[in-house]
Design a protein around this ligand. Structure first.
Ligand code: MN
Length: 237
């Protein structure tokens, strides 16, 4: 099997050959002269809607802090980890480089998941349709069943984690996955379609300890059109 080219990968995660992407510039590490490893640092993409657009389900203060502080922190942590790894590699200290793999996985997954999360919410939701709806009905029974399954994954995450709907291309299969922290329990190669952040910072200001109320509310602002777009791209890998 040929390695996935950058162009193919960009298709999957929402980019294009021209480097434009609905998910912002974060997934487009195009060549940059002068940077230590030849690619641009990761950047924090902007929110795709105003901070109060998801009220009352997600409040503006939570969304602001979540994006401007937490997500920004993961971007910063990812770039820092990559910089340290690059420095260690140049020094021939591969043991030190390996020690940083945990930080790379945590902050890298954190950045990518948050980019997907903010983009899979919308103030103008529409129900699932087309190929995505067909696959949900065929593989997961119904939209109601999917919602209940992802809700269970999200609500039962021990501590900090995520509920996720993903697509596994080699088996052409939808999977419901529960992620611990940002990086644990993922099925390698599966492509995230819908992600729900259940870290406390995602809901505590408005919902306090009532995580289940937050997850229930999130379904009112899920961007099924965007999830359908991700699904169609993932199928064509
Ligand atoms: Mn978060």
């Amino acid at each position: 099997m040929e390695p996935v080219s950058r162009r193919e990968w960009m298709k999957v995660i929402g980019g294009s050959a021209l480097g434009t992407t609905m998910l912002g510039v974060a997934f487009n590490p195009s060549t940059a002269e002068g940077s230590p490893n030849g690619v641009k640092p990761y950047e924090l993409p902007g929110l795709p809607y105003p901070v109060d657009a998801l009220e009352p389900h997600l409040d503006a203060q939570t969304l602001t802090i979540h994006h401007d502080k937490h997500h920004a922190g993961y971007v910063q942590g990812l770039n820092a980890a990559l910089g340290k790894i690059e420095a260690a590699r140049k020094n021939g200290d591969f043991s030190a480089a390996q020690d940083l793999s945990r930080a790379l996985a945590f902050h890298g997954s954190g950045h990518l998941l948050h980019t997907l999360y903010f983009a899979n919410l919308t103030p103008k939701p529409a129900p699932p349709k087309g190929d995505l709806l067909g696959a949900i009905n065929e593989q997961l029974g119904s939209v109601e069943s999917l919602v209940a399954h992802v809700t269970a994954a999200a609500n039962s995450a021990a501590g900090s984690g995520w509920g996720m709907l993903a697509y596994e291309p080699t088996g052409q299969r939808l999977l419901v996955v529960q992620i611990e922290k940002h990086e644990n329990q993922m099925v390698c190669g599966a492509i995230p379609l819908l992600v729900i952040d259940v870290w406390e910072h995602a809901y505590y200001l408005r919902y306090q300890n009532r995580r289940a109320d937050y997850v229930k509310a999130i379904w009112n602002v899920v961007h099924w059109d965007e999830i359908g777009r991700r699904f169609n791209q993932a199928k064509n890998l």
